[in-house]
Design a protein around this ligand. Structure first.
Ligand SMILES: [Fe+2]
Ligand SMILES: [Fe+2]
Length: 473
């Protein structure tokens, strides 16, 4: 057998220009397969349905979308037209009208290509023994769930599952029986989940699962069901086997894929250490932050919780006031300033200090958790990105996404500047009574973090003021 040395074969030595008709799953598979091939240029895609499967990837590749395949007749220098619609008449029409030496691949050729690509996709994403997805799919799906979770403030869970005694089964009964057990375990997973859940064999006797839109208590229930089903497969004549499962959830246990994997892994080892055949959650206990129902609800959450934690309540008020000062310097409209003020009060609503009884999340998670808490309040739809991205730094080294410069939403840059200023004032012992002179002095120190335009406008507005005047009331 030929050895695969990890080199992609170069089929084309010169650039070819392709036009694709039909944006369904065949097209999606094709575009995924050729997207990094420098010798294939896709001139256009004809598809009437803008919800078709290939549209997102075609758009991300910058491929023009046409509603009518006949547009190809007017394009110059087409080398190949691919008919992926499966319809013979379209292929015949294309063949009859394409001049200039362009090759046309008809309906049968298109179907053959689809079939080959589907098999390639299946083999590349599936674990051969169990038919579950493989570890590559797990990591890709996890990355895109994290992206989706941050963008839409959605919650999801993952778990890792390890068999407690597969080695003993293999030693006692041989690998043929061991493989049968692995397949039966995969079946127990498949029969316990929804269509949107992604069940994977991670490797050896380790499995992993992604459960979109599922809080940790829901994931624990699913995991527990799977654990029980596996525990009882001996009744069907299989050897006795058990599993240890560790559950973690976005955003409360982590806001990056690495952190989530680490925490779920930790839960799994915890389950093993305490005897195996159990489900362990990554945190101390499941504590889901409350979802606020209205602006009033959110504001009173901060002020009531702030009763116990005066530091954070005062910080929120000061950040809101300084944000308003910056807004005025920028000559923003009254409604924009009001929104920034509200976001200023709410910017740290996700901080664990507000949850003294149940908090298990870290500092880096608080912007994502804050955005999650207010996600259902339409009146705060503009404040949500300000809260979500208030720790992004202009130089791209902030969190949760590491956005850079103007990628960071404008309001978030305002809150960030106000937040930074307040913390610097506080470090210098000036807290809420910072004077204009002190502000000018302090803010000069950390310029790469903030938007230079915002800073310049704000500093200019301060220069006209009495240096001894307090920055805010
Ligand atoms: Fe914060
Ligand atoms: Fe803050």
């Amino acid at each position: 057998m030929a050895v695969n040395r990890g080199v992609v074969p170069r089929v084309f030595k010169e650039r070819i220009r392709v036009f694709i008709v039909g944006g369904g799953s065949a097209c999606k598979l094709l575009l995924t397969a050729i997207r990094d091939d420098p010798f294939i240029e896709v001139l256009g895609l004809a598809e009437i349905n803008l919800d078709a499967e290939a549209i997102p990837i075609a758009t991300s590749m910058g491929i023009p979308i046409y509603r009518d395949y006949r547009e190809v007749f007017d394009l110059p220098e087409v080398d190949l037209v691919l008919n992926l619609t499966g319809e013979k008449e379209i292929g015949d029409e294309l063949s009859a009208h394409m001049g200039g030496g362009a090759e046309v691949m008809g309906a049968l050729g298109g179907r053959l290509l689809w079939s080959a690509l589907s098999w390639k996709e299946y083999l590349a994403t599936t674990d051969y023994l169990t038919g579950l997805y493989n570890a590559g799919v797990f990591h890709r799906t996890l990355r895109s769930e994290v992206e989706r979770g941050i963008r839409y403030s959605a919650m999801f869970s993952i778990f890792f599952m390890d068999m407690d005694n597969l080695k003993e089964v293999n030693d006692a009964y041989g690998h043929v029986v061991g493989d049968k057990v692995l397949r039966r375990v995969a079946k127990a997973m498949r029969s316990s989940i929804r269509g949107s859940d992604v069940a994977c064999r991670y490797g050896g006797d380790e499995f992993a699962m992604i459960l979109p839109d599922t809080p940790p208590d829901g994931a624990i229930k699913v995991a527990e069901r799977i654990r029980r089903r596996i525990e009882s497969i001996w009744k069907e004549g299989f050897p006795r086997v058990t599993v240890s499962i560790g559950v973690a959830a976005f955003p409360i246990d982590g806001v990056t894929s690495e952190e989530l994997v680490r925490r779920a892994d930790w839960g799994m080892y915890q389950a093993k250490r305490t005897g195996g055949n159990r489900v362990c959650y990554a945190g101390d206990e499941v504590s889901i932050p409350p979802i606020c129902r209205s602006v009033k609800d959110a504001l009173s959450f901060v002020s009531e919780r702030g009763e116990r934690d005066k530091y954070n309540r005062l910080h929120s008020e000061v950040v809101a006031k300084v944000s308003v000062e910056i807004g005025k310097a920028l000559k923003l409209s009254r409604s924009e300033i009001r929104m920034i003020e509200t976001a200023g009060i709410l910017h740290d609503i996700g901080k664990s200090e507000f949850f003294p009884d149940a908090a298990s999340w870290s500092y880096k998670e608080h912007p994502v958790i804050g955005a999650f808490m207010i996600r259902n309040i339409p009146a705060l739809s503009k404040a949500r990105p300000m809260i979500l991205f208030h720790h992004e730094r202009f130089d791209g080294t902030g969190f949760p996404k590491g956005l850079k410069g103007e990628e960071i939403p404008f309001g978030a840059r305002v809150i960030h500047l106000a937040d930074r200023l307040c913390r610097l004032l506080q470090d210098e012992g000036h807290w809420s009574v910072g004077r204009v002179t002190k502000v000018l002095e302090i803010i000069g120190k950390d310029q790469e973090a903030v938007d230079p335009h915002l800073l310049a406008v704000f500093l200019r507005s301060l220069k006209g003021r009495d240096p001894q005047e307090p920055l805010i009331e």
